[in-house]
Design a protein around this ligand. Structure first.
Ligand SMILES: [Zn+2]
Length: 275
C-alpha cells in the first residue's frame, strides 16, 4: 500500500486532523465516546517517546494506533481498560476490525525494533507500510501467520474439540498453524491426524478471517471424515468428540469467528435438509 508519509512515526509528528486508538499493557482504552480518541490528547500525555502506527491510509481522518507505557497516567482521560478478547465476544468481528488491525500493527512494530541482520534500529519507511533498517536497508513488512481451521463432518455429526488452556468450556473446530512448505490441505491432514488421529477427505475452502491474537490469518474449511477413532494428543486438545446438531456443547458464535461461521453453515444445511 502506498502512502505519502511514513506509516510508523513518533506520535509528536502526527499531523492534525487525526484520531488515535490507545492501548496500555495490551488492553484497549475505551472512553465515554468509544475507543477512538482525538489527537488533542497527545499533547497532554507525559512527554516521552511514543510510536504511532497508521491503521488505515484511506480513511478520511487518519487513525493511528499507540501503545502507552505501563506507568503512563491516563486516569485523567476517564476511560476504562478492556481486554480485546472481551470486546470481541461482546460485538461482531466487523465492529472489531479496526481494533484488530491496530493490535497487529503495534505487535509488528514492537517485535521489530531492531534489525534481525545487523541489530541496528528500524525506522518507518517513507513510502510503504514497512520498517527499514537504518544501516543495512533490510525491509520488514507486517507479518501474517496463516492457520487452517476445519469443521469435520461424519454424516449428521461434527467433530469438535476443547483446547488445553482455553478459558471456559468452549468447544470449537480443529485448527493449527501452517508449516513452511505446506499447502492448507496438507496442514489440515497433518493437524487433524496429530491432534485426534482422524483421517479426512474432500477438503473444501469456505471463508477466511484475520485473527489478531497476535497476527493470524484463519483459513476456514469443511472436510469429511475418512477413517480412524478419536485419540487426543493431550498436549493441545483436552477433549474431543462427535456431536449431533441437537446435542452441541457451548461453541463460538458466527459473528465473532470463522469457527462459529463454519458451525452455523453446517447447522443451516441440516435444517434445510430436514424441512
Ligand atoms: Zn540491518
Amino acid at each position: 500500500m502506498k502512502v505519502s508519509l511514513s506509516c510508523v512515526l513518533p506520535l509528536e509528528d502526527v499531523a492534525a486532523p487525526a484520531s488515535l486508538i490507545l492501548f496500555q499493557g495490551g488492553d484497549l482504552l475505551v472512553g465515554a465516546a468509544g475507543y477512538v480518541w482525538s489527537l488533542d490528547i497527545a499533547a497532554k500525555l507525559q512527554p516521552r517517546m511514543r510510536t504511532a502506527v497508521l491503521i488505515d491510509a484511506s480513511a478520511f481522518i487518519p487513525c493511528y494506533a499507540v501503545a502507552l507505557d505501563a506507568d503512563d497516567d491516563i486516569a485523567w482521560l476517564e476511560g476504562e481498560l478492556r481486554q480485546p478478547r472481551q470486546i470481541l465476544m461482546a460485538s461482531s468481528f466487523a465492529d472489531f476490525l479496526p481494533i484488530g488491525k491496530a493490535m497487529q500493527l503495534l505487535h509488528w512494530v514492537k517485535s521489530h525494533r531492531f534489525c534481525g541482520y545487523c541489530s541496528a534500529e528500524m525506522q518507518g519507511h517513507l513510502a510503504e507500510r514497512a520498517l527499514c533498517c537504518s544501516r543495512c536497508d533490510l525491509r520488514v513488512y507486517p507479518r501474517i501467520s496463516p492457520c487452517v481451521i476445519v469443521l469435520i463432518t461424519r454424516g449428521d455429526e461434527i467433530l469438535l474439540a476443547r483446547h488445553v488452556g482455553r478459558v471456559g468450556s468452549w468447544f470449537s473446530c480443529l485448527a493449527g498453524f501452517m508449516e513452511v512448505g505446506e499447502t492448507p490441505e496438507e496442514t489440515i491432514r497433518r493437524e487433524v491426524r496429530e491432534e485426534t488421529a482422524i483421517e479426512v477427505t474432500n477438503i473444501r475452502y469456505v471463508s477466511s478471517q484475520s485473527w489478531p491474537f497476535p497476527s493470524q490469518l484463519m483459513l476456514g474449511f469443511f472436510a469429511d471424515y475418512a477413517g480412524g477413532e478419536i485419540r487426543i494428543d493431550g498436549n493441545e486438545i483436552a477433549e474431543a468428540g462427535w456431536f449431533l446438531p441437537k446435542d452441541l456443547p457451548k461453541t463460538p458464535g458466527p459473528g465473532i469467528s470463522v469457527a462459529g461461521e463454519l458451525i452455523e453453515l453446517f447447522l443451516k444445511s441440516r435444517r434445510k435438509r430436514s424441512t
